[in-house]
Design a protein around this ligand. Structure first.
Ligand code: ADP
Ligand code: MG
Ligand code: ZN
Length: 474
């Protein structure tokens, strides 16, 4: 590769408030079209915006967690453009003086920690939604006026994976802070990527393109990779990249042109005359700062040192606060972090994925899992039966002990019962027995397996091992 990619990201995060940013309409998703509207957010003449303090508080919290400098005075501005989903003819945003600037976020890249500089974080309102159906276009203003934080990085990424890692880390932080639900499918977190190439070793940046509105990690990574390839081809053929906005078409797996620089908007920003400057004082800043909890990177490091978990497990278990809390509560009861981690990483996460559930609405609570694991630990049931019990618990939301009772799954270590099972297995497999006696000792495992099968997994494997060994020595 002769070229190096330079990438900067703009992320729009919906701030988790009950009400919109400049009116008291609800922000609830999935409401009937245009139910969450009023004269303010539909741009009627003669109305005035009133700033929602909750939105500012959440923006502040995010900015502080991203190590930003807070501007004690920031200014709202009108960003003028004409589009049907924007009934006022302008969007209230922040321009010259944003709420916060000059922060950073650390990400892992090639086993190193890399600091991604945050250029700015500002507050703004979301637009409505255009719905095109056949000959008609309809408008839904439920989203108009929903509070957003726009978080803009410096052009610090050098590859698609780095950029996706940043969005993943940013989303985790915003969720930990409870300032954004991070639901990318519902559009609560969207990402624009600015991408350019330059010959390796050159300082000046090349011409960039901007890919708009991506709402999944996969798309972010794919779109950036695609754009890097596309631009490389142009440059290698001696052409020039033109500055333009492009859209990711996920069905085609391509970015497609949307508008060029010539068609770009001239937003004619000016200070919003209907809102006073936003003033934030030290007391407020300190109060918000002290409410910031332990975040993903610190929690991950603590999970490694405190519980002795591998970095990979610790990373996954701490990416969301709910999952981390689930792990810690369960571990307190079970007193075996590695066991809890193993069950969560395999059984629990797989079932959640299959059932498309999240940990918040998981039908097996942490104490239900703890009960199950303690039963496995005590040897009341085998690990294998435990896994089936877990599946059933996920399905029916019942407790492990009641399932074991109901289905008679208790592990059996009754000697007589086990010896008779062993006899039967040896009798039914004379060829294997002969081979074993002839020196093929690895067939031992085969016999254990057959006994387990015969007893439907209920035999205590430890006891089977001992009894079988004794029997074969005879
Ligand atoms: P615009 O005015 O086109 O929105 P900005 O200067 O505001 O551009 O930058 C928007 C984003 O693009 C930022 O994340 C910034 O880091 C990134 N960016 C700026 N120049 C480049 C470039 N040459 N290549 C890649 N990203 C860039
Ligand atoms: Mg831009
Ligand atoms: Zn409203």
């Amino acid at each position: 590769m002769k070229y190096e990619a330079v990438i900067g990201l703009e992320v729009h995060a919906q701030l988790k408030t009950k009400q919109k940013i400049f009116c008291s309409c609800s922000t609830l998703f999935n409401k009937p079209q245009n139910q969450n509207t009023c004269p303010v957010c539909t741009g009627m003449p003669g109305v005035l915006p009133v700033l929602n303090k909750e939105a500012v508080q959440r923006g502040l919290k995010a900015a502080l967690a991203l190590n930003c400098k807070i501007n004690k005075k920031s200014i709202f501005a009108r960003k003028n453009y004409f589009y049907p989903d924007l009934p006022k003819g302008y969007q209230i945003s922040q321009y010259n003086l944003p709420l916060a600037q000059d922060g950073y976020l650390e990400i892992e890249s090639d086993d190193n920690i890399k600091k991604i500089r945050i250029h700015r974080l500002h507050l703004e309102e979301d637009a409505g939604k255009n719905i095109h159906c056949g000959e008609e276009s309809r408008l839904n203003f439920n989203r108009a006026g929903v509070p957003l934080a726009e978080i803009v990085t410096e052009p610090d990424f050098r590859g698609a994976l780095e950029a996706a890692t940043y969005v993943r880390e940013l989303r985790s932080i915003l969720q930990y802070l409870d300032v954004c639900d991070g639901n990318m499918e519902e559009g609560s977190l969207r990402c624009d990527a600015n991408i350019s190439l330059r010959p390796k070793g050159q300082k000046e940046f090349g011409v960039k393109t901007e890919v708009k509105n991506m709402n999944s990690f996969k798309f972010i990574e794919r779109a950036i990779s695609y754009e890097i390839e596309r631009q490389t081809e142009i440059l290698e053929e001696g052409g020039r990249v033109i500055q333009e906005t492009r859209l990711w078409d996920s069905s085609k797996g391509k970015t497609l042109p949307m508008r060029s620089k010539e068609e770009a908007h001239d937003y004619r920003y000016f200070p919003e005359p209907d809102l006073r400057p936003l003033l934030v004082d030290d007391v407020w800043i300190e109060k918000v700062k002290s409410s910031i909890p332990e975040l993903h990177p610190e929690k991950k490091a603590r999970f490694i040192s405190q519980y002795g978990l591998p970095a990979y497990d610790a990373d996954i278990l701490t990416l969301s606060k709910d999952l981390a809390d689930y792990f810690e509560s369960c571990t307190k009861e079970v007193q075996d972090p590695k066991m809890v981690s193993n069950w969560m990483m395999t059984e629990l996460l797989r079932e959640l994925k299959d059932k498309n559930q999240s940990i918040q609405n998981c039908s097996v609570s942490w104490n239900a899992l703890a009960e199950l694991l303690n039963l496995v630990k005590k040897g009341t049931i085998s690990g294998k039966v435990g896994k089936d019990v877990f599946k059933e618990m996920m399905k029916r939301g019942v407790s492990a002990s009641s399932l074991i009772e109901e289905q008679g799954l208790k592990q059996v270590d009754d000697k007589e019962f086990l010896v008779s099972a062993i006899h039967q297995v040896l009798k039914e497999n004379p060829k294997e027995l002969e081979k074993y006696r002839g020196g093929q000792e690895k067939l031992f495992g085969f016999f254990v397996g057959q006994v387990m099968k015969l007893t439907k997994g209920q035999a205590n494997p430890k006891a089977v091992n001992e009894l079988l060994r004794a029997k074969l020595k005879e």
